[in-house]
Each structure stands twice: as structure tokens, then as C-alpha cells.
Design a protein around this ligand. Structure first.
Ligand code: ADP
Length: 264
């Protein structure tokens, strides 16, 4: 594998989180896929669930500890269907740009226990990357040995894959410039935190709230905890605005753009 990088397309960027039925943000995806064209190494792309994952998950009681197993299990087809629609659309856009991308969906091979990954075989993803394919995976619903089914978030997938594959760079696109002192969608005076260090990490964690759209996986707060975990292992982590035109290309080239970098 050459210079393998993990890139996340945040669900809040590639879908309209408050639109029901879920709607895809085609422009953002086309822009971002074009930007990836400029990268010469291997790419592993993780899609967040956005409107497609979260709305159906919410409808069937995911994110609520008291939901009966039966109801969670009944939600599987709708969540899977929506995530297939979203990932297929992204795959199709790669095809339009003459890129060989394949979707590897977690539901088919990942098992969870108590909301955490219990089995995540890596062989297929490794082989696909070694074959120089762009791998698309995504937040998904998975069978859970204790709860029946659980949501596996894109951010948790990233942490797992980055460690397993020994990746040195992880870029997370979302719908704001990075981590702010307050939720910027709520407080216009919020300021961008350009660097998260050992000194400010706890203050930053306290500022991170859940997402402003429907989100059953914990929004910015859980995202940060996962990423701190990665950064502590020496992996370069950047959160940037995927909705800003061609921002991803600049981040890939290491240009100085508004974003949050982790330096622990
Ligand atoms: P994604 O779907 O892209 O993974 P989320 O919707 O889970 O992203 O999280 C991004 C959202 O988190 C932003 O749209 C913002 O409203 C919210 N948020 C809450 N607190 C913060 C914060 N301190 N800094 C940045 N965004 C925040």
C-alpha cells in the first residue's frame, strides 16, 4: 500500500441532516471526490450516516437504552437500505470520475457487543486496498451479541481502521471549519480552535456538544473522544470543512487552511 490515508465524509456534509426523507448533498460529494483525484496514494473513505443513518436509527429507538431488542432488530432493513443508497451514490460519483471504488459494508462482517466492536475482520479491506481500489465503508447498523443490534458510527470505524492498518493521517470532513469554543451553529461568537494540545484537551472536550441535527451517535463530543484516542498514538488528525469548496484538496496538499489539528 502507498501512503494510505483515511478520509471521512461527515454525514452532516454529504446529506441534509434535517431533510426527511433523507436527501444527498450531491455538490459536496462531487467536489470532494474531485479533490481525492489529486491524491496519489491509497484512499480509505468512511461515510458518516447523516440523514440516511440517523433518521431511521432514531425512528427505531437506537440511542435509547430502554428500546426493546425486537424494535432495534426491526429497524435493520431501513437503516441498511438508506446506507446502501448513500454509499451507492458516492461510489457512482467515483465511477463518473473514472475511479475504481468498492463499497465494503460493515453490516456484512462486523459484530458488536454492548455497543462496542467485538469482531472486525480486516482481510477484505486489506486486500481491496492492496489491489489499489478506493475502499468506501460507512457508519452502519450491525448485529450486537447483547443488544440485538447497535449503530457502528463512522468515527468509531475510523479509530479502529487507523490502528489496524497503521495509518499515519486521518482527515475528517464535517460541515463546520473544525472544533470551536462553542457549537458554532448555535453561538455565532464561537471561535475556531486551530490546535488541540495536551494543555487544552479537557476544556475543548467540555465545549463539544452533540450535533445540531438528529444524531444517535453522540455528535462532536463522541467524535472528539475517538480522535483524541488516535492522536495520542501519534496519528496526524485534522478536522476540516468539507462543505467549503475544494478545501479537501488543500488539506491533502498540507496547505494552511482553517481547520483543527491535533498535536498531543
Ligand atoms: P458529521 O456528521 O460531519 O460527522 P456531526 O453532525 O456529528 O458531524 O458534528 C458536527 C456538528 O457538531 C456541527 O455541525 C456542530 O453544529 C456540532 N458541534 C457541537 N459542538 C461543537 C463544537 N464545539 N465545535 C464544532 N462543532 C460543534
Amino acid at each position: 500500500m502507498r501512503d494510505l490515508i483515511i478520509i471521512k465524509f461527515g454525514g452532516s456534509s454529504i446529506t441534509f441532516k434535517s431533510e426527511s426523507p433523507p436527501k444527498i448533498n450531491e455538490d459536496v460529494i462531487k467536489n470532494a471526490v474531485e479533490d481525492i483525484t489529486s491524491y496519489k496514494g491509497n484512499v480509505l473513505l468512511v461515510l458518516g450516516g447523516g440523514a440516511h443513518g440517523h433518521q431511521a436509527a432514531y425512528k427505531y429507538g437506537y440511542g435509547n437504552d430502554t428500546t426493546p431488542k425486537k424494535k432495534l432488530l426491526q429497524g435493520i432493513p431501513e437503516i441498511r437500505h438508506n446506507m446502501s443508497l448513500l454509499s451507492s451514490r458516492v461510489e457512482h460519483i467515483f465511477w463518473e470520475k473514472h475511479h475504481k471504488a468498492v463499497i465494503i459494508n460493515p453490516f456484512s462482517f462486523v459484530l458488536m457487543k454492548d455497543g462496542k466492536i467485538s469482531s472486525f475482520p480486516m482481510d477484505i479491506i486489506r486486500r481491496a486496498l492492496e489491489a489499489d481500489l478506493i475502499v468506501i465503508t460507512h457508519g452502519d447498523v450491525c448485529f450486537d451479541e447483547s443488544r440485538g443490534a447497535s449503530i457502528l458510527s463512522g468515527d468509531v470505524i475510523i479509530t479502529h481502521l487507523a490502528k489496524e492498518l497503521g495509518v499515519s493521517r486521518v482527515l475528517l470532513g464535517t460541515n463546520v471549519d473544525g472544533v470551536f469554543t462553542e457549537d458554532p451553529k448555535v453561538d455565532p461568537k464561537a471561535e475556531l480552535i486551530t490546535e488541540i494540545t495536551a494543555q487544552n484537551r479537557n476544556t475543548v472536550l467540555r465545549a463539544a456538544k452533540s450535533s445540531s441535527g438528529t444524531d444517535v451517535t453522540g455528535g462532536m463530543s463522541l467524535k472528539l473522544q475517538e480522535l483524541l484516542n488516535l492522536a495520542e498514538e501519534g496519528i496526524e488528525v485534522v478536522i476540516f470543512n468539507l462543505n467549503a469548496s475544494h478545501r479537501l484538496e488543500k488539506v491533502l496538499k498540507g496547505e494552511n487552511v482553517p481547520c483543527t489539528r491535533f498535536n498531543l
